[in-house]
Design a protein around this ligand. Structure first.
Ligand code: HXC
Length: 261
């Protein structure tokens, strides 16, 4: 039996705004924050995914507000943030998880394909941080950006995502420097190969799972719960002097080459 690592009330009185919070890794992070006392506003383009996650969170006894927005659209982000503040009174924690991904060789990728992913991941992360700034400043809040390890080395068919996530990591560091004076912490998590996610379904043909597993030092794929636990730690008071860090949660995998190389 697994012991409860984090007290279930560590985020009591806190409000989180989570993009991409309907599904996958960030859906898990939203559920985990709600399961540890936070009120959670989730946003993404697809309201049906959000409604489903809202039901899951509420069935677990948590509080959730679902609001659809495309993170590429600054005014839509502002509206989503303002609606979430109307619902829950404030925002303390921003989690940027909305991301786009597909496999494509650089010489086959259109400028719009490259730009679309950079717009979702990088510009979307900036948009949400920028629009939430006054709330974060007022509440000495924090930002958690979901990144990747693809850009640490060269990853074939991932030039768009690698460039986008390198930009996200730059945002993490720059905002940590600029907004530290307001008591705002800014960190990231770089997940490795996480099973049962849309990203992995798109990136890894099932027949390659076994050979990739052998190359992961911890000899298993990550689970959404691995990222949830890392997020709970980074967002918790135990990490109150940690800022500007992107925590790699990948079983040691990138040290042996990125997942697709
Ligand atoms: C080549 C593609 C393409 C593909 C889209 N495009 N899919 N090019 N191969 N498979 C191109 C289009 O041709 C178009 O360019 C441009 O991208 C925009 O496409 P649209 O469909 O109009 O855009 P939009 O609907 O806004 O978004 C498309 C999308 C998005 C970015 C593909 O639907 C998406 O990514 N959804 C997946 C969400 C997801 O899985 N998120 C988890 C990410 S996981 P042209 O030139 O034709 O106009 C992750 C983790 C990484 O990031 C780390 C893992 C280890």
């Amino acid at each position: 039996m697994t012991k409860q690592v984090f007290s279930t009330d560590i985020f009591e009185g806190k409000v989180a705004f989570v993009t991409g919070g309907g599904t996958g890794i960030t859906g898990g992070v939203a559920r985990a924050l709600a399961g540890h006392g936070a009120k959670v506003a989730i946003t993404s383009r697809k309201i049906e995914n959000l409604e489903q996650m809202k039901s899951v969170i509420e069935e677990d006894g948590g509080e959730c507000h679902a609001v659809s927005a495309d993170v590429r659209d600054y005014e839509a982000v502002e509206r989503a943030i303002s609606e979430s503040v109307d619902a829950f009174g404030k925002i303390d924690i921003v989690v940027n998880g909305a991301a786009g991904n597909f496999l494509c060789f650089a010489n086959e990728l259109s400028a719009n394909g490259f730009g679309t992913v950079v717009d979702i991941d990088t510009k979307g992360t900036f948009n949400v941080c920028r629009a939430a700034f006054e709330q974060l400043k007022a509440n000495e809040g924090q930002i958690l950006n979901i990144s990747a390890t693809l850009h640490y080395l060269g990853t074939p068919m991932q030039i768009h995502v690698s460039a986008a996530k390198a930009g996200v990591d730059a945002i993490t560091r720059n905002l940590a420097v600029e907004w530290g004076r307001y008591g705002i912490r800014v960190n990231g998590i770089a997940p490795g190969p996480i099973e049962d996610t849309e990203g992995m379904k798109r990136l890894l043909p099932p027949q390659l799972k076994e050979s990739l597993t052998k190359r992961i030092p911890l000899k298993r794929f990550g689970r959404i719960k691995d990222i949830e636990d890392a997020a709970l730690f980074i967002c918790s008071p135990a990490a109150s002097y940690i800022s500007g860090v992107t925590l790699v949660v990948d079983g040691g995998q990138w040290l042996k080459g990125t997942s697709l190389s």
